[in-house]
Write a protein that binds this ligand. Structure first.
Ligand SMILES: Nc1nc2c(c(=O)[nH]1)N[C@H]1C(S)=C(S)[C@@H](COP(=O)(O)OP(=O)(O)OC[C@H]3O[C@@H](n4cnc5c(=O)[nH]c(N)nc54)[C@H](O)[C@@H]3O)O[C@H]1N2
Ligand SMILES: Nc1nc2c(c(=O)[nH]1)N[C@H]1C(S)=C(S)[C@@H](COP(=O)(O)OP(=O)(O)OC[C@H]3O[C@@H](n4cnc5c(=O)[nH]c(N)nc54)[C@H](O)[C@@H]3O)O[C@H]1N2
Ligand SMILES: [Mo]
Length: 770
């Protein structure tokens, strides 16, 4: 290679290397120290971290994985510590900052730099004359927002987004306000995340949530991890998996990428592992499934089970299927079995990218185990057929009675720390009768009964100018959503945009005729109201509800709590409101009384959260009670094998989170476990796929949507990414979310749930011109 080319290549490979360590360990401790140094006032440091996930402290804003009885000593988690230090930072985004920068200028900043300015301190309103956000008093802001909402000819022309950090109390008040205002337009981050779970599980097992508790992991004798990356996104789960691994429980990982957190873990709590630099293996076997190949793998495993069953019966054995369970509790097994029998091994191998022998091994392990838990995440849900994927997992579990039994069940790993709770207390565009009747009974107003908008419908309505106002309770909707080109343009056409937020982000810079930023308290901070210091509650992935109480001094004296902001907006918008907002804000216990009255499963709410660890909501399916229309657990056939047939020589692109990010929030530019340092402009490609295209590790490539396959894709391209040869399934490539959202068309989503198919876009890659 000529020397100028060599130099260029070296330059392109900067920051790309192999990561050889285990997950967590010393690297994690160092990363935390760096994060703290970058963000935090030293006095806050110990107090903040030591009260996290403690009985009287605050709930970690990181992830929704439950805490061991919520009473153990401080559980170390690198990404939890990063989330806390990001919120409890000493940096501030003040009116002086906004005075110094026009919005047009800020638009050209990196997303990382916007949030890295620190916590918002004052309510702000956009001023077109100076192209700046200017400070405004709370009272003026709230009055103007109320007037603008009242002025809309139809409440269905407003959209009310929720990001899943909001507490139960904030979310309940929000849905109450919005329903009294007159709409069910509740786009929320669930729509982009676990909606296939919320839609698919009720049809299958009568409840839209997982069926396991943390204790079940102690009894399980086989654990699946499909399409999730716990080392980064649910780090505390590694302690649970480590315990299981030490007991010799087979842990089967099904994932297109080799993820270090699923391979090896050094427990920071274990002095022996830390001092000897030893680690515990996590997955006992690891299968690099093709992106979008999960249905094929799941059908393959079921095929093995059915074959083993026939063999056992032929030999006079009892069979492998749980016949008694199937007969008593389920419906639809015949259709499922004929679909499985009609599916050929050839087709399964081709669609999954795995040889039959691998799937045979998984099937043997599954069939041998008595208590199986399947965990899954976005690798399953964010597909054109995400709901179908979820239902295939249920089918597999039902075949051997693995739901509603100790040590067994389905375990969707939720995203945001309270996304599940927000749904439970009424954030949904499709409210059921029980919820609406509960509101009438408790608050005496008639809520709207027609279905509202989810996230995709919201963007479509805003794009088509059918919706004119957007209120966001947290989040970064425009950047999280697919198709920024359409989404950004749409949002610039709004009349009113209101952002309740802790930090500045790009969505706030998409200006409506009237734009407001309302700064709120974070979960780590003291929430003082007329009735004294308040606690809120959250629900984790396993339906445990518990209290959370911030202990840090608020980032600014001008901040209000989310419940208080919502109540004030409600009072300004609804002069004849039937709700006693002031009473509820003075004492959040009154909000919980309201929740209890609308949702009977919260009986004795205020008492039960006083217990350390809180309480578990009733999950009927965990008791083998099926709240489906036919009162059975249903096998639901997924027709065919491929979620998104790639065809031709297209590759399937999946979008993933780095280790240094929280959704659209970037803490830094490293992705330690994947060996990437200081950059994100990479695409992970299998070596053979590179070779086939005459490309090499480190080459610059352009990635374009293959329009022969995806008719919604027209002209979408990402230029100048560096190709990284990686242990990823052949035919699959991966790039970082949210940058790669330019490749995901708005129309590319799961028809059943409306969840964007962020994890399956057919693409072509070729040497870059730049
Ligand atoms: N630190 C941190 N914690 C977080 C978050 C964060 O951004 N940072 N986000 C929170 C939120 S909102 C969520 S929803 C969760 C997300 O948690 P995850 O579900 O772990 O999210 P992703 O990073 O999207 O990773 C999905 C995993 O699926 C794999 N995958 C991709 N495509 C496929 C496929 O077709 N099949 C299979 N089987 N696997 C596939 C990827 O390789 C990756 O390992 O984490 C939550 N916790
Ligand atoms: N391509 C691709 N796109 C995806 C995904 C993917 O895997 N691939 N994942 C999707 C998923 S699973 C999700 S959940 C969505 C996430 O979508 P969102 O939930 O909308 O996004 P976040 O990045 O979590 O929001 C970050 C912002 O929330 C605000 N914030 C932080 N803490 C608080 C708080 O306590 N209160 C308030 N009011 N505001 C706060 C801050 O201003 C911060 O800038 O993205 C989705 N988009
Ligand atoms: Mo999520």
């Amino acid at each position: 290679m000529p020397s100028d080319l060599l130099t260029r290549k070296k330059e392109q490979l900067k920051g790309i290397e192999d990561y050889r360590g285990a997950a967590a360990g010393w690297g994690a401790l160092k990363a935390v120290a760096d994060a703290l140094r970058g963000q935090m006032a030293v006095v806050n440091e110990t107090h903040g971290l030591l009260t996290m996930n403690q009985p009287h402290g605050f709930d970690c804003p990181g992830c929704a994985w439950p805490d061991p009885k919520h009473t153990s000593s401080f559980e170390f988690c690198e990404n939890g510590a990063k989330a806390v230090s990001w919120e409890a930072t000493a940096k501030r985004t003040t009116p002086e900052f906004f005075a110094a920068h026009t919005v047009s200028e800020l638009w050209n900043w990196q997303d990382f730099d916007l949030e890295n300015e620190g916590r918002l301190t004052h309510p702000m309103v956009y001023d077109r004359a100076t192209d700046r956000y200017l400070p405004i008093s709370w009272q003026d802001a709230i009055t103007q927002i109320g007037a603008a909402l009242r002025a809309l000819p139809d409440p269905n022309m407003a959209e009310f987004y929720t990001s899943g950090k909001a507490s139960n109390e904030a979310a309940f008040l929000y849905q109450l306000f919005v329903r009294e205002y007159g709409t069910n337009n509740f786009p929320d981050c669930s729509n982009m995340c676990h909606e296939p779970t919320s839609v698919g599980l009720p049809e299958s097992i009568g409840v839209g949530k997982g069926t396991v508790t943390l204790e079940d992991f102690d009894y399980s004798d086989c654990i699946f991890c499909i399409g999730h990356n716990p080392g980064t996104n649910h780090p505390r789960m590694l302690s649970t998996l480590r315990e299981a691994s030490k007991r010799g429980v087979p842990i089967i990982a099904i994932n297109p990428l080799r993820e270090r957190g699923l391979e090896r873990f050094t427990a920071p709590q274990s002095p022996v592992e830390m001092l000897t630099r030893a680690s515990t293996p996590i997955a006992s076997s690891y299968y690099l499934v093709r992106v979008g190949g999960d249905v094929a793998v799941l059908k393959g495993i079921m095929k093995v089970v059915v074959e083993l069953d026939a063999k056992s019966l032929a030999e006079g054995g009892p069979g492998v299927l749980d016949r008694e369970f199937i007969a008593t509790h389920t419906s639809g097994v015949e259709a499922l079995l004929s679909d499985i029998n009609a599916t050929s091994w050839d087709a399964i191998e081709k669609a999954s990218g795995l040889p039959r022998s691998d799937i045979q091994d998984i099937g043997n392990t599954y069939a041998k185990a008595k208590r199986v838990i399947v965990n899954y995440g976005m690798g399953i849900t964010q597909h054109r057929h995400g709901t179908g994927n979820v239902q295939q997992i249920v089918n597999l579990l039902l075949l051997r009675g693995n739901i509603g039994r100790k040590g067994a069940g389905i375990s969707p790993l939720r995203g945001h720390s309270n996304v599940q709770g927000d749904r439970t207390v009424g954030i949904t565009e499709s409210p059921n009768e029980a919820l609406l009747d509960g509101i009438v009974r408790t608050f005496g107003f008639e809520p709207p009964r027609t279905k509202g908008h989810g996230a995709i419908e919201t963007i479509e309505a805003i794009r088509d100018r059918r919706s004119k106002a957007l209120v966001c309770l947290g989040g970064n909707l425009a950047v999280a959503m697919s198709d920024p080109e359409v989404t950004f343009e749409a949002m610039r056409g709004l009349d009113l945009a209101v952002h309740i937020a802790t930090k500045l982000n790009r969505t706030h810079l998409l200006l409506a005729k009237q734009s407001f930023i309302l700064p709120c308290l974070g979960r780590t901070e003291i929430d003082m109201q007329a009735g004294g210091q308040q606690s809120v509650t959250v629900e984790d992935s396993m339906s445990m509800v518990h209290a959370s109480r911030g202990g840090l001094k608020p980032a600014s004296e001008h901040l209000k709590s989310e419940p208080a902001i919502i109540a004030e907006m409600a009072m300004a918008t609804l002069p004849n409101t039937k709700v006693r907002w002031r009473e509820m804000i003075a004492d959040y216990g009154k909000i919980r009384d309201g929740i209890e009255s609308v949702f009977p499963e919260f009986a004795d709410f205020n008492d039960r959260i006083k217990r350390p660890g809180g309480f578990r909501l009733y999950i009927a399916a965990s008791e083998r009670v099926w709240l489906t229309p036919n009162k059975k657990a249903n096998f639901i056939v997924y027709p065919g094998l491929e979620e998104d047939p790639p065809g031709g020589n297209a590759l399937t692109l999946t979008t993933i989170r780095s280790h240094d990010q929280y959704n659209t929030t970037l803490y830094g530019l490293n992705d330690r476990y994947r060996g990437i340092k200081g950059r994100r402009d990479v695409i992970f490609v299998n070596e053979r796929d590179l070779a086939k295209r005459g490309l090499q590790h480190g080459d610059r490539v352009d990635v374009s949507v293959d329009t022969r396959i995806d008719s919604t894709g027209g002209g979408r391209i990402m230029r100048g990414l560096t190709a990284v040869a990686y242990k990823i399934a052949e035919g699959s490539v991966a790039a970082y979310y949210p940058e790669a959202n330019v490749l995901v068309a708005l129309g590319h989503y799961d028809a059943k749930s409306g969840t964007p198919s962020y994890k399956s876009t057919p693409v072509q890659i070729q040497a870059s011109a730049i």
